[in-house]
Design a protein. Structure first.
Length: 282
């Protein structure tokens, strides 16, 4: 119950912040830009003659929507990081935590509430943005992913893991240092994912092994790659090969245990946050 109350108050605090208004304004700008770009892409390519080998409609739709998927993933992660980067040490340095953890709330309830509040903001954000860009893609490009639910679920879990990692970092690091660290971790994961794509396309086994290892170390990136893969999971032949050559083609399905491991990874990170915060001297 205490965790739920903390989540409610943290959620209300998030809605009152001007940064949330800025997020809405910038997201609206992104959606408008995507709609405009999709219209231009369709108008400039709809006159191409049909290719019996490559399905140009799939290549066009999957490439453009893959870009939107990356933007949705990145914006969701940015929101998750900024909501949690100063949740522990930042508020402790301002003297806001000591009265709470001493009696009324407790440390475990505080952690659970802050994580839940971040999830209540980030996950619906990802769902809404994903639904909007999917609707734009269907209406403007006349194309839809092979699997429409799986990419959304993968992004929801990915941003939740990022929020948990940022919350863990907030126990040890000051807000700015924590934000930089998590952003660098996110960037390293993206580089590993791109190397894995190159390895799959060019049959470079060492790069494929790097991607496989990164799937276990950074499952949030593997989930993003899985979301890209799901866009054209039922596509095959030369069309699939052409899509794999680009950064948004998604040739990597990830390990078969990806979903289970990602949930376990989230549980481990949450347990690490609780253990670290329990030992933190306030």
């Amino acid at each position: 119950m205490n965790a739920a109350l903390v989540a409610v108050y943290a959620f209300r605090e998030t809605l009152r912040r001007r940064v949330f208004l800025a997020v809405l304004v910038l997201t609206t700008a992104f959606v408008a830009l995507y709609w405009l770009g999709a219209r231009f892409v369709f108008s400039k390519t709809s006159g191409f003659s049909g290719n019996p080998v490559v399905d140009e409609n799939v290549v066009r739709g999957a490439s453009v929507f893959g870009l939107a998927l990356f933007a949705t993933y990145f914006l969701g992660c940015v929101l998750a990081i900024f909501l949690t980067l100063g949740a522990i040490r930042g508020e402790a340095e301002r003297g806001l935590l000591q009265p709470l953890v001493a009696r009324p709330v407790g440390r475990s309830s505080l952690i659970g509430g802050r994580l839940l509040a971040a999830v209540l903001v980030c996950v619906p954000y990802v769902v809404v943005v994903y639904a909007i860009v999917l609707a734009i893609t269907r209406h403007t490009l006349h194309w839809a992913p092979d699997r429409q639910l799986e990419p959304m679920l993968a992004l929801m879990l990915a941003v939740t893991i990022i929020a948990a990692l940022s919350l863990l970092g907030s126990v040890f690091l000051a807000p700015i240092a924590n934000g930089i660290t998590v952003f660098m971790l996110l960037g390293i994961g993206m580089v590993a994912g791109l190397l894995g794509q190159i390895g799959v396309v060019m049959k470079i086994h060492s790069l494929e092994r790097i991607a496989e290892a990164s799937s276990w170390i950074a499952p949030f990136e593997a989930l993003y790659q899985r979301s890209l893969f799901a866009l054209t999971a039922e596509t095959s032949g030369v069309t699939k090969t052409v899509l794999s050559l680009g950064p948004f083609g998604g040739p990597q399905a990830g390990p078969s245990q990806l979903w289970l491991w990602s949930l376990g990874y989230l549980a481990l990170v949450t347990a690490a946050v609780l253990a670290a915060f329990a030992r933190l001297d306030l």
